[in-house]
Design a protein around this ligand. Structure first.
Ligand code: PMP
Length: 479
């Protein structure tokens, strides 16, 4: 028997350990319990409707309640519920690998499935290390990533994450990761950029810091650089023109692998299948998850270039290499193996759902919807810049951050106490009360994150703007 709302409350408080959640804040308040969804809307256990302006967690590209996706899951579960990809394969994983490789840029033709984004990031780092060992550059193992960037919570991915407050409770983490500046142009000078740079000059400066850091660490020790096409944490930092082209040049110069972490940005969020395509660069690896199934089943993937798989295909070519241990199976020509995997990586139900999801992307021209409406979405959100508390509206596609400031002229931000009072004490709660599900975030400077399902149109943009205006206007008076 399904629980009624009161039973759900009690059981949630007594037993459910929620993620990234301050449980103390629910001591005297209800846990929000969402029971169903339809299109871009979700409904709580009391029947109240909310616009899902975060697509769950940058996931629900097609919105909720698509029966085709539920049916694809049921059909596959009936046909073959489970088979791992450990030396065996199954049709939905094979078909999806081919399909995703077809969408991916350049020579990114090899797809390694995981159960989510953090695992894809782990996989990419491990592959980078393994690849360099196999090609005779065994010292290359370090990773660069950008300040305030989020790349996941498993110990390797958390080590790559550039958010000290998320890491400190878990130190020591995996060693050998280093930060470079992100592309926050709004606060460029505060974060070390020279004064008075144009956007292009700032992009060049920020990209060049990758070379500086590689030199600092020693090029022979650096394996990879991880970057999102548009960095989420900190509130949506798009790349300045030319930024990724310069990073690519630097990676080529130092033989460092470029990993595009597209856990959020892939599958239409920026109007393209991949963010790398949106900004015209070709990484060595892409990590993705979330939107690949629109959330109807969990799935992630690491997509690698042919070059990276090469040493795992032709053992004899690598046999004489000094790093192959005498007496091991590799020495006897059994073939190098990427000794890495997840039981649920590439699960049959998830990969079948992903195929059905991508069918809908094509049949309903979902990318065209984003590309056709993105300017209107931006213009609608930019109306909010008339509010004194709105410092900056930035992003791309259907992916935006609205930075809140205490003083627009000086860009002065809030103290920790004000942030607590304003962002969590008021903005967050009030947006939800007004019927907007989104996220107030202060991992960098305080922002409201907006990332609606890709099926949204002007009526939804207006609804988002309307509720944000009511709440942010009021917030401005509470300072
Ligand atoms: N990388 C990026 C850029 C992400 O945004 C996230 C999750 N938000 C992750 C990695 C980790 O993904 P997951 O939560 O699926 O492990």
């Amino acid at each position: 028997m399904a629980m009624d709302p009161a039973q759900l409350q009690r059981a949630a408080k007594d037993h459910l350990w929620m993620h990234f959640t301050r449980h103390s804040s629910y001591a005297d308040a209800d846990v929000p319990v969402i029971v169903r969804g339809e299109g871009p809307y979700i409904y709580d256990s009391n029947g109240k409707r909310y616009l899902d302006a975060l697509a769950g967690l940058f996931v629900s590209q097609l919105g909720h309640g698509r029966t085709e996706l539920a049916e694809a899951a049921a059909k596959q579960a009936q046909e073959l519920a489970f088979m791992p990809l450990w030396s065996y394969a199954h049709p939905p994983a094979i078909e999806l690998a081919e399909r995703v490789a077809g969408y991916a840029p350049g020579n990114l033709n090899r797809v390694f499935f995981t159960s989510g984004g953090g695992e894809a990031v782990e996989t990419a780092w491990k592959l980078a290390k393994n690849y360099f060992k196999l090609i005779g550059k065994p010292m290359k193992h370090k990773v660069l990533s950008r300040t305030i960037a989020y790349h996941g919570t498993t110990q390797g991915a958390l080590s790559i994450t550039g958010l000290p407050l998320l890491k400190q409770q878990f130190e020591p983490l995996v060693p050998s990761t280093f930060r470079v500046p992100n592309t926050n142009y709004y606060r460029a000078e505060e974060h070390g950029a020279p004064k008075g740079l144009s956007l292009e000059e700032f992009g060049r400066w920020a990209a060049d810091q990758v070379a500086v850091q590689i030199e600092n660490e020693g090029p022979d020790t650096v394996a990879a650089v991880f970057m999102e096409p548009v960095q989420n944490a900190g509130g949506c930092f798009p790349p300045p023109p030319g930024y990724f082209q310069r990073v690519r040049e630097i990676c080529d110069e130092y033989d460092v692998l470029m990993v595009s972490d597209e856990v959020i940005c892939a599958f239409g969020r920026l109007g393209h299948m991949f963010g790398a395509e949106r900004y015209g660069y070709e990484p060595d690896m892409i990590t993705c998850a979330k939107g690949i199934t629109s959330g109807y089943a969990p799935l992630g993937a690491m997509i690698a270039s042919d070059k990276l798989m090469e040493p795992f295909l032709h053992q004899t070519q690598w046999k004489s290499s000094a790093h192959i241990e005498p007496g091991t199976r590799a020495e006897h020509g059994a073939g190098a193996m990427f000794a890495h995997g997840y039981t649920f990586g590439g699960h049959p139900v998830s990969t079948a759902v992903a195929l059905a999801n991508l069918d809908i992307f094509e049949n309903e021209k979902v990318l065209d919807n984003v590309r056709g409406n993105q300017d209107a979405f931006r213009a609608t959100l930019e109306r909010l810049t008339d509010l004194p508390i709105v410092g900056d509206v930035r992003g791309d596609g259907y992916f935006y951050g609205i930075e809140l400031v205490k003083d627009k002229a000086t860009k002065e931000t809030f103290t920790d106490e004000e942030c607590e009072r304003l962002l969590y004490g008021f903005v967050s709660k009030q947006l939800y009360a007004e019927g907007l599900y989104c996220r107030a975030d202060d991992r960098g400077d305080p922002v409201v994150q907006i990332s609606p399902p890709l099926i949204c149109t002007q009526e939804h943009f207006d609804e988002i703007e309307h509720i944000l205006r009511i709440v942010l206007d009021k917030a401005g008076t509470l300072l």
